[in-house]
Design a protein around this ligand. Sequence first.
Ligand SMILES: NC(=O)c1ccc[n+]([C@@H]2O[C@H](COP(=O)([O-])OP(=O)(O)OC[C@H]3O[C@@H](n4cnc5c(N)ncnc54)[C@H](OP(=O)(O)O)[C@@H]3O)[C@@H](O)[C@H]2O)c1
Length: 270
Amino acid sequence: MGKIGFIGGGVMAEALISGILNSNSYKPNQIGVSDPLRVRVKELEQKYGIECSIDNQRVIESSDIIIIAVKPQHIENVLEEIKTLGKSTQIIISIVAGATLYLLASKIGHNSVVRVMPNTPAQTSDGMIVWTADKGISQKHHPVISNILQSLGKEIYFEDEKYIDMATAVSASGPAYVAIMIESLIDAGVYIGLPREISKTLVMETFKGSVNYLDKTNIHPTKLRESVSSPGGGTVEAIKSLEENDIRAAFYKAIKAAYTKYQTLGEMHK
Ligand SMILES: NC(=O)c1ccc[n+]([C@@H]2O[C@H](COP(=O)([O-])OP(=O)(O)OC[C@H]3O[C@@H](n4cnc5c(N)ncnc54)[C@H](OP(=O)(O)O)[C@@H]3O)[C@@H](O)[C@H]2O)c1
C-alpha cells in the first residue's frame, strides 16, 4: 500500500525497516525516513537504499502510512507537524510508549490512527507487539498494519484500547521480569559453587529450552512443572521454598503495580 514514512530513524525504526524489506512487502523506494541526525540519515540510506532526510516535511508529505518512532518527549512536536503538513487520508501509526489514541487523534485532527506497543526483543524481530486502532481504521486496513508489525515479531490486535495498558504491564515490561529471573538464577548457581559463565549458559539454555518445549508441545506450564517434580525430590523442595517466599503473589503485585502506573500515565494524555 503506497509509501511508508518513518519519523525518527532510531533502533525501533531500523528493526521495522529491516523486517519490512526482508519480507519483500515493500521495496526500498517505497520507504522513507527522517531523523535530525545527518550521520544517522546517511547510515540508513547506505544500508537499506531507502529515501532518507533530515526534514520531516518530506516524509510527511510523501507517505501513505506514517510511522512515528521518536521518544515520548518528542511526540507532541511530531504530531503538530503531521497536523500541519499531513492529509486525513494517511494512516498514522505510533509506536511511542504511552501515546493514547485520544492523544494521537486529537493532536492530528483525524482518527485514522493506530497505537502500537512493542517490546525490546522486537529489535531482533523476537517481539510481542500489541496494537489497537481508532475508528478511521477499517477492517480492510488491518492486514496491511499486521503485515508491517509482523516484521517485529508476533502481533495481537485489541478492539478495546483498555487492553493495551494491561499488555504493556505483561509483555512490554516483561523482558525486565525475565531478566531479573535469569540474573537471580545465575547468581544462585554461583552461590552453590558453579563458575559464573557455566551458570549463565545453564540458565539461558534452560529458559530457551523450556519456552520452546512449551511452544512445540502446547502443554500447559503446570504440566511441565509437575513432570519435573518427582515425589519427595529436589524440584518439589525448591518449589516449596519458592511458594513459601510468595513467588506467585510477588508477580501478581508487580504486574498490578505496573498496570496501575500505565493507567495513571495514560490519564495524563486525556
Ligand atoms: N527500543 C525499544 O525496545 C522500545 C520498546 C517499546 C517501545 N519503544 C518505543 O519506540 C519509540 C522509539 O524508540 P527507539 O528505541 O527506536 O528510540 P531511538 O533509538 O532514540 O530513536 C528515536 C529517533 O528519533 C529521532 N528524533 C527525535 N526527535 C525527532 C523529531 N522531532 N523528528 C524526527 N526524528 C526525531 C531521534 O534523534 P536524536 O537521537 O537526535 O534525538 C532518534 O534517532 C519510543 O517512543 C519508545 O517508547 C521502544
